[in-house]
Write a protein that binds this ligand. Sequence first.
Ligand SMILES: NC(=O)c1ccc[n+]([C@@H]2O[C@H](COP(=O)([O-])OP(=O)(O)OC[C@H]3O[C@@H](n4cnc5c(N)ncnc54)[C@H](O)[C@@H]3O)[C@@H](O)[C@H]2O)c1
Length: 364
Amino acid sequence: MPPTLARVAILGTGNIAEVCHLPALLAHREQAEVVAVADLDADRAVAFAATWDIPASYGDLATMLAAERLDLVIVCTPPGAHRDAVVRCLDAGVWTWCEKPPTLTLADYDQVAAHEREGGPYASYVFQHRFGSGALRLRDHVRAADLGAPLVGVCHTLWYRGDDYYAVPWRGTWENEGGGPSMGHGIHQMDLALALLGDWAQVTALNATLARDVETEDVAIASVRMESGALLSIVNSVLSPRESSYLRFDFTDATVEVEHLYGYANADWKWTPAPHVEPEKAAFWPASTDVPSSHTAQLSVVLEALRAGRRPPVSGADGRRVLELIAGMYQSAATGRTVERRELTPDNPYYHSMHVAPQELSRA
Ligand SMILES: NC(=O)c1ccc[n+]([C@@H]2O[C@H](COP(=O)([O-])OP(=O)(O)OC[C@H]3O[C@@H](n4cnc5c(N)ncnc54)[C@H](O)[C@@H]3O)[C@@H](O)[C@H]2O)c1
Protein backbone atom coordinates (compact mmCIF):
# COMPACT_ATOMS: atom_id res chain seq x y z
CA MET A 1 0.00 0.00 0.00
CA PRO A 2 1.67 3.29 -1.01
CA PRO A 3 2.14 5.76 1.86
CA THR A 4 -0.32 8.68 2.00
CA LEU A 5 1.96 10.61 4.33
CA ALA A 6 5.50 9.81 3.24
CA ARG A 7 8.09 9.44 6.01
CA VAL A 8 11.04 11.50 4.84
CA ALA A 9 14.58 12.01 6.18
CA ILE A 10 17.30 14.45 5.12
CA LEU A 11 20.93 13.34 4.93
CA GLY A 12 23.36 16.28 5.14
CA THR A 13 21.95 19.23 7.07
CA GLY A 14 23.98 22.00 5.40
CA ASN A 15 23.10 24.92 3.20
CA ILE A 16 20.85 23.36 0.54
CA ALA A 17 18.93 21.28 3.09
CA GLU A 18 17.99 24.42 5.00
CA VAL A 19 17.46 26.89 2.16
CA CYS A 20 15.65 24.70 -0.39
CA HIS A 21 14.61 21.27 0.93
CA LEU A 22 13.06 22.23 4.23
CA PRO A 23 10.81 24.89 2.63
CA ALA A 24 9.85 22.41 -0.10
CA LEU A 25 8.94 19.78 2.49
CA LEU A 26 6.96 22.29 4.56
CA ALA A 27 5.02 23.21 1.43
CA HIS A 28 4.11 19.51 1.11
CA ARG A 29 3.27 18.83 4.74
CA GLU A 30 -0.02 17.21 3.70
CA GLN A 31 1.91 14.55 1.77
CA ALA A 32 5.24 14.26 3.62
CA GLU A 33 6.53 14.48 7.17
CA VAL A 34 10.19 14.94 8.05
CA VAL A 35 10.82 12.32 10.70
CA ALA A 36 14.63 12.39 10.97
CA VAL A 37 17.86 14.00 9.80
CA ALA A 38 21.47 12.78 9.78
CA ASP A 39 24.80 14.49 9.27
CA LEU A 40 28.39 13.38 9.85
CA ASP A 41 28.56 16.49 12.00
CA ALA A 42 26.17 15.14 14.64
CA ASP A 43 25.92 18.50 16.46
CA ARG A 44 24.81 20.11 13.23
CA ALA A 45 22.12 17.46 12.82
CA VAL A 46 20.93 18.03 16.40
CA ALA A 47 20.77 21.80 15.88
CA PHE A 48 18.92 21.40 12.57
CA ALA A 49 16.39 19.02 14.13
CA ALA A 50 15.83 21.41 17.04
CA THR A 51 15.36 24.42 14.76
CA TRP A 52 12.85 22.68 12.53
CA ASP A 53 11.12 20.58 15.18
CA ILE A 54 12.18 17.26 13.64
CA PRO A 55 11.78 14.31 16.07
CA ALA A 56 15.13 12.51 15.54
CA SER A 57 18.70 13.24 14.51
CA TYR A 58 21.65 10.93 13.82
CA GLY A 59 25.40 11.14 13.19
CA ASP A 60 25.35 8.72 10.26
CA LEU A 61 23.07 7.21 7.66
CA ALA A 62 23.41 3.55 8.68
CA THR A 63 22.18 4.25 12.21
CA MET A 64 19.29 6.32 10.89
CA LEU A 65 18.23 3.60 8.43
CA ALA A 66 18.37 0.97 11.17
CA ALA A 67 16.33 3.04 13.60
CA GLU A 68 13.69 4.63 11.36
CA ARG A 69 10.98 3.36 9.04
CA LEU A 70 11.51 5.63 6.03
CA ASP A 71 9.94 6.01 2.59
CA LEU A 72 12.31 8.64 1.15
CA VAL A 73 15.76 10.00 1.99
CA ILE A 74 16.76 13.36 0.51
CA VAL A 75 20.53 13.27 0.02
CA CYS A 76 22.15 16.69 0.55
CA THR A 77 25.74 15.68 1.22
CA PRO A 78 28.67 16.92 -0.87
CA PRO A 79 28.84 15.14 -4.26
CA GLY A 80 31.60 12.69 -3.29
CA ALA A 81 29.25 11.06 -0.76
CA HIS A 82 26.18 10.73 -3.06
CA ARG A 83 26.85 7.27 -4.54
CA ASP A 84 27.39 5.38 -1.29
CA ALA A 85 24.51 7.11 0.46
CA VAL A 86 22.04 6.38 -2.33
CA VAL A 87 23.14 2.74 -2.64
CA ARG A 88 22.77 2.24 1.11
CA CYS A 89 19.24 3.66 1.05
CA LEU A 90 18.15 1.60 -1.96
CA ASP A 91 19.50 -1.56 -0.31
CA ALA A 92 17.39 -0.71 2.75
CA GLY A 93 14.32 -0.44 0.48
CA VAL A 94 14.17 3.37 0.72
CA TRP A 95 13.67 5.74 -2.25
CA THR A 96 16.11 8.61 -2.68
CA TRP A 97 16.01 12.11 -4.12
CA CYS A 98 19.65 13.14 -4.35
CA GLU A 99 21.14 16.56 -4.98
CA LYS A 100 23.08 17.27 -8.15
CA PRO A 101 25.48 16.17 -9.50
CA PRO A 102 23.94 12.68 -9.31
CA THR A 103 27.30 10.94 -8.97
CA LEU A 104 30.92 11.73 -9.82
CA THR A 105 31.10 9.34 -12.80
CA LEU A 106 28.98 7.37 -15.24
CA ALA A 107 30.28 4.15 -13.67
CA ASP A 108 28.96 5.27 -10.29
CA TYR A 109 25.62 6.27 -11.83
CA ASP A 110 25.20 2.84 -13.38
CA GLN A 111 26.28 1.15 -10.16
CA VAL A 112 23.57 3.02 -8.25
CA ALA A 113 20.95 2.12 -10.86
CA ALA A 114 21.78 -1.57 -10.41
CA HIS A 115 20.48 -1.31 -6.82
CA GLU A 116 17.01 -0.12 -7.89
CA ARG A 117 14.11 -2.55 -8.05
CA GLU A 118 11.11 -2.68 -10.41
CA GLY A 119 8.32 -0.70 -8.73
CA GLY A 120 10.80 0.91 -6.31
CA PRO A 121 12.90 1.88 -4.56
CA TYR A 122 14.20 4.28 -7.24
CA ALA A 123 16.94 6.89 -7.13
CA SER A 124 16.04 10.27 -8.61
CA TYR A 125 18.06 13.49 -8.74
CA VAL A 126 17.48 17.19 -8.12
CA PHE A 127 17.22 19.22 -11.33
CA GLN A 128 14.59 21.69 -10.22
CA HIS A 129 14.65 23.85 -13.36
CA ARG A 130 12.94 21.13 -15.36
CA PHE A 131 9.79 21.60 -13.28
CA GLY A 132 8.81 25.26 -13.62
CA SER A 133 5.78 25.95 -15.82
CA GLY A 134 7.91 27.68 -18.50
CA ALA A 135 10.10 24.60 -19.08
CA LEU A 136 7.16 22.19 -18.88
CA ARG A 137 5.24 24.28 -21.41
CA LEU A 138 8.21 24.32 -23.80
CA ARG A 139 8.72 20.58 -23.33
CA ASP A 140 5.09 19.95 -24.34
CA HIS A 141 5.48 22.15 -27.43
CA VAL A 142 8.69 20.34 -28.41
CA ARG A 143 7.05 16.93 -27.98
CA ALA A 144 4.11 18.03 -30.12
CA ALA A 145 6.49 19.63 -32.68
CA ASP A 146 4.43 22.85 -32.39
CA LEU A 147 7.43 25.11 -32.94
CA GLY A 148 9.00 23.24 -35.85
CA ALA A 149 12.43 21.66 -35.73
CA PRO A 150 15.03 22.64 -33.11
CA LEU A 151 17.96 24.26 -34.94
CA VAL A 152 20.20 26.29 -32.62
CA GLY A 153 20.67 26.34 -28.84
CA VAL A 154 22.58 28.57 -26.42
CA CYS A 155 23.23 27.36 -22.86
CA HIS A 156 25.06 29.80 -20.62
CA THR A 157 25.80 29.54 -16.92
CA LEU A 158 27.76 32.69 -16.21
CA TRP A 159 28.10 32.81 -12.45
CA TYR A 160 30.55 34.40 -10.02
CA ARG A 161 32.21 32.46 -7.21
CA GLY A 162 35.01 34.25 -5.35
CA ASP A 163 37.92 32.71 -3.49
CA ASP A 164 35.87 32.57 -0.26
CA TYR A 165 33.41 30.15 -1.93
CA TYR A 166 36.27 27.70 -2.46
CA ALA A 167 37.34 27.83 1.20
CA VAL A 168 34.85 24.97 1.81
CA PRO A 169 37.11 21.90 1.56
CA TRP A 170 35.00 19.81 -0.87
CA ARG A 171 34.68 22.52 -3.52
CA GLY A 172 36.95 22.79 -6.54
CA THR A 173 38.34 19.25 -6.07
CA TRP A 174 38.05 16.25 -8.38
CA GLU A 175 37.65 13.85 -5.48
CA ASN A 176 34.76 15.59 -3.72
CA GLU A 177 33.05 17.91 -6.20
CA GLY A 178 33.95 15.86 -9.26
CA GLY A 179 34.61 18.86 -11.51
CA GLY A 180 34.33 22.63 -11.86
CA PRO A 181 31.44 24.72 -13.20
CA SER A 182 30.47 22.05 -15.76
CA MET A 183 29.83 19.55 -12.96
CA GLY A 184 28.69 21.86 -10.19
CA HIS A 185 26.93 24.85 -11.77
CA GLY A 186 26.23 24.64 -15.51
CA ILE A 187 24.87 21.13 -14.97
CA HIS A 188 21.42 22.66 -14.28
CA GLN A 189 21.15 24.54 -17.58
CA MET A 190 22.75 21.68 -19.54
CA ASP A 191 20.32 19.17 -18.01
CA LEU A 192 17.38 21.34 -19.01
CA ALA A 193 18.71 21.84 -22.54
CA LEU A 194 19.10 18.07 -22.98
CA ALA A 195 15.72 17.35 -21.39
CA LEU A 196 14.19 19.61 -24.07
CA LEU A 197 16.34 18.77 -27.09
CA GLY A 198 17.06 15.07 -26.50
CA ASP A 199 20.32 13.18 -26.86
CA TRP A 200 23.57 14.72 -28.03
CA ALA A 201 25.83 13.10 -30.63
CA GLN A 202 29.22 14.91 -30.58
CA VAL A 203 30.96 17.43 -28.35
CA THR A 204 34.07 19.59 -28.73
CA ALA A 205 35.14 21.41 -25.57
CA LEU A 206 37.77 23.65 -24.01
CA ASN A 207 38.48 24.02 -20.28
CA ALA A 208 40.67 26.54 -18.48
CA THR A 209 41.62 27.41 -14.93
CA LEU A 210 42.14 31.16 -15.16
CA ALA A 211 41.51 32.83 -11.83
CA ARG A 212 40.60 30.48 -8.94
CA ASP A 213 42.93 28.31 -6.88
CA VAL A 214 41.14 25.05 -7.75
CA GLU A 215 42.10 21.63 -9.15
CA THR A 216 39.30 21.74 -11.72
CA GLU A 217 38.40 24.16 -14.51
CA ASP A 218 36.88 27.54 -13.59
CA VAL A 219 35.55 28.12 -17.11
CA ALA A 220 34.47 25.71 -19.84
CA ILE A 221 33.03 26.11 -23.31
CA ALA A 222 31.62 23.44 -25.60
CA SER A 223 30.05 23.03 -29.02
CA VAL A 224 27.55 20.19 -29.25
CA ARG A 225 25.89 18.49 -32.21
CA MET A 226 22.57 16.98 -31.14
CA GLU A 227 21.19 13.69 -32.49
CA SER A 228 18.49 15.82 -34.17
CA GLY A 229 21.21 17.73 -36.05
CA ALA A 230 20.69 20.94 -34.03
CA LEU A 231 23.80 22.72 -32.71
CA LEU A 232 24.16 23.80 -29.08
CA SER A 233 26.70 26.23 -27.65
CA ILE A 234 27.61 25.96 -23.94
CA VAL A 235 29.54 28.26 -21.57
CA ASN A 236 30.00 27.33 -17.90
CA SER A 237 31.85 29.93 -15.81
CA VAL A 238 32.38 30.91 -12.18
CA LEU A 239 34.29 34.04 -13.25
CA SER A 240 31.45 36.24 -14.51
CA PRO A 241 30.62 39.34 -12.40
CA ARG A 242 27.28 39.98 -14.15
CA GLU A 243 25.71 36.66 -13.36
CA SER A 244 23.19 35.03 -15.64
CA SER A 245 21.64 31.65 -16.38
CA TYR A 246 20.54 31.88 -20.00
CA LEU A 247 18.99 29.36 -22.35
CA ARG A 248 17.91 30.10 -25.89
CA PHE A 249 16.39 27.75 -28.44
CA ASP A 250 15.78 28.67 -32.06
CA PHE A 251 13.17 26.49 -33.74
CA THR A 252 11.88 26.80 -37.32
CA ASP A 253 8.90 28.82 -36.05
CA ALA A 254 10.14 30.51 -32.86
CA THR A 255 12.93 31.65 -30.58
CA VAL A 256 12.31 30.69 -26.95
CA GLU A 257 14.54 32.19 -24.25
CA VAL A 258 14.77 32.17 -20.47
CA GLU A 259 17.11 34.34 -18.44
CA HIS A 260 17.31 34.05 -14.65
CA LEU A 261 19.86 33.26 -11.98
CA TYR A 262 18.81 30.51 -9.56
CA GLY A 263 15.14 30.14 -10.49
CA TYR A 264 12.70 31.43 -13.08
CA ALA A 265 9.02 32.36 -13.28
CA ASN A 266 6.91 32.72 -16.44
CA ALA A 267 7.92 36.39 -16.77
CA ASP A 268 11.55 35.30 -17.33
CA TRP A 269 10.60 33.48 -20.55
CA LYS A 270 10.40 35.19 -23.93
CA TRP A 271 8.62 33.60 -26.89
CA THR A 272 9.33 35.23 -30.28
CA PRO A 273 7.52 33.90 -33.35
CA ALA A 274 9.26 33.72 -36.72
CA PRO A 275 7.94 36.23 -39.29
CA HIS A 276 5.81 33.60 -41.05
CA VAL A 277 3.90 32.60 -37.87
CA GLU A 278 0.43 34.04 -37.30
CA PRO A 279 0.34 36.09 -34.07
CA GLU A 280 -2.90 34.36 -32.94
CA LYS A 281 -1.08 31.02 -32.95
CA ALA A 282 1.94 32.36 -31.04
CA ALA A 283 -0.33 33.95 -28.41
CA PHE A 284 -1.08 30.46 -27.04
CA TRP A 285 2.55 29.37 -26.69
CA PRO A 286 3.50 30.70 -23.22
CA ALA A 287 2.41 28.94 -20.03
CA SER A 288 -0.74 30.38 -18.42
CA THR A 289 -0.40 29.21 -14.81
CA ASP A 290 2.84 30.35 -13.21
CA VAL A 291 4.87 27.72 -11.33
CA PRO A 292 8.41 28.98 -10.65
CA SER A 293 11.25 26.47 -10.98
CA SER A 294 12.08 25.26 -7.47
CA HIS A 295 12.74 22.26 -5.26
CA THR A 296 9.09 22.55 -4.23
CA ALA A 297 7.92 22.03 -7.81
CA GLN A 298 10.10 18.94 -8.31
CA LEU A 299 9.23 17.46 -4.91
CA SER A 300 5.54 17.31 -5.95
CA VAL A 301 6.52 15.03 -8.81
CA VAL A 302 8.83 12.87 -6.66
CA LEU A 303 6.11 12.32 -4.04
CA GLU A 304 3.53 11.53 -6.71
CA ALA A 305 5.83 8.86 -8.17
CA LEU A 306 6.51 7.44 -4.70
CA ARG A 307 2.79 7.10 -4.02
CA ALA A 308 2.23 5.48 -7.43
CA GLY A 309 5.26 3.15 -7.10
CA ARG A 310 6.60 4.24 -10.49
CA ARG A 311 9.97 5.65 -11.60
CA PRO A 312 10.09 9.45 -11.16
CA PRO A 313 11.49 11.81 -13.81
CA VAL A 314 15.26 12.54 -13.54
CA SER A 315 15.94 8.91 -12.71
CA GLY A 316 17.45 6.06 -14.73
CA ALA A 317 18.29 7.04 -18.32
CA ASP A 318 16.49 10.38 -17.84
CA GLY A 319 18.88 11.43 -15.06
CA ARG A 320 22.02 10.16 -16.76
CA ARG A 321 22.07 12.17 -19.98
CA VAL A 322 23.74 15.28 -18.58
CA LEU A 323 26.47 13.28 -16.81
CA GLU A 324 27.28 11.65 -20.12
CA LEU A 325 27.62 15.05 -21.80
CA ILE A 326 29.87 16.27 -18.97
CA ALA A 327 32.11 13.19 -19.35
CA GLY A 328 32.32 13.92 -23.08
CA MET A 329 33.21 17.56 -22.39
CA TYR A 330 36.03 16.59 -20.00
CA GLN A 331 37.33 14.00 -22.44
CA SER A 332 37.26 16.43 -25.35
CA ALA A 333 38.92 19.23 -23.37
CA ALA A 334 41.71 16.90 -22.17
CA THR A 335 42.35 15.17 -25.49
CA GLY A 336 41.80 18.14 -27.82
CA ARG A 337 39.44 16.21 -30.08
CA THR A 338 35.73 15.85 -30.75
CA VAL A 339 34.12 13.09 -28.66
CA GLU A 340 31.14 11.02 -29.83
CA ARG A 341 28.50 10.05 -27.29
CA ARG A 342 28.73 6.39 -28.33
CA GLU A 343 32.39 6.35 -27.15
CA LEU A 344 31.43 6.67 -23.48
CA THR A 345 31.36 2.94 -22.79
CA PRO A 346 32.96 1.10 -19.84
CA ASP A 347 36.26 0.63 -21.73
CA ASN A 348 36.67 4.44 -21.93
CA PRO A 349 38.58 5.93 -18.94
CA TYR A 350 36.12 8.87 -18.93
CA TYR A 351 33.34 6.44 -18.04
CA HIS A 352 35.19 5.91 -14.76
CA SER A 353 36.53 9.40 -14.04
CA MET A 354 36.03 13.00 -15.16
CA HIS A 355 39.73 13.58 -14.55
CA VAL A 356 41.96 10.99 -16.17
CA ALA A 357 45.66 10.75 -15.30
CA PRO A 358 48.00 11.86 -18.14
CA GLN A 359 49.44 8.33 -18.55
CA GLU A 360 45.93 6.99 -19.22
CA LEU A 361 45.00 9.69 -21.75
CA SER A 362 46.43 7.67 -24.64
CA ARG A 363 43.51 5.23 -24.15
CA ALA A 364 41.04 8.11 -24.50
N1 LIG B 1 20.05 22.07 -6.60
C1 LIG B 1 20.73 23.19 -6.35
O1 LIG B 1 20.39 24.26 -6.84
C2 LIG B 1 21.92 23.13 -5.44
C3 LIG B 1 22.47 24.31 -4.94
C4 LIG B 1 23.55 24.22 -4.05
C5 LIG B 1 24.09 22.98 -3.72
N2 LIG B 1 23.55 21.85 -4.26
C6 LIG B 1 24.10 20.52 -3.96
O2 LIG B 1 23.71 20.15 -2.64
C7 LIG B 1 24.72 19.32 -2.05
C8 LIG B 1 25.13 19.91 -0.71
O3 LIG B 1 25.59 21.22 -0.89
P1 LIG B 1 25.59 22.27 0.34
O4 LIG B 1 25.94 23.58 -0.24
O5 LIG B 1 24.34 22.14 1.12
O6 LIG B 1 26.84 21.72 1.18
P2 LIG B 1 27.18 21.97 2.71
O7 LIG B 1 28.64 21.79 2.83
O8 LIG B 1 26.57 23.26 3.17
O9 LIG B 1 26.39 20.79 3.48
C9 LIG B 1 26.75 19.45 3.32
C10 LIG B 1 26.46 18.72 4.64
O10 LIG B 1 26.67 17.33 4.45
C11 LIG B 1 27.36 16.80 5.59
N3 LIG B 1 28.04 15.57 5.18
C12 LIG B 1 29.20 15.43 4.48
N4 LIG B 1 29.45 14.14 4.20
C13 LIG B 1 28.43 13.43 4.78
C14 LIG B 1 28.13 12.05 4.84
N5 LIG B 1 28.90 11.13 4.27
N6 LIG B 1 27.02 11.69 5.54
C15 LIG B 1 26.23 12.61 6.13
N7 LIG B 1 26.46 13.94 6.09
C16 LIG B 1 27.54 14.35 5.40
C17 LIG B 1 28.27 17.92 6.02
O11 LIG B 1 28.68 17.76 7.38
C18 LIG B 1 27.39 19.15 5.79
O12 LIG B 1 26.62 19.47 6.93
C19 LIG B 1 25.86 19.24 -3.08
O13 LIG B 1 25.71 18.06 -3.83
C20 LIG B 1 25.62 20.45 -3.96
O14 LIG B 1 26.11 20.28 -5.28
C21 LIG B 1 22.47 21.91 -5.09
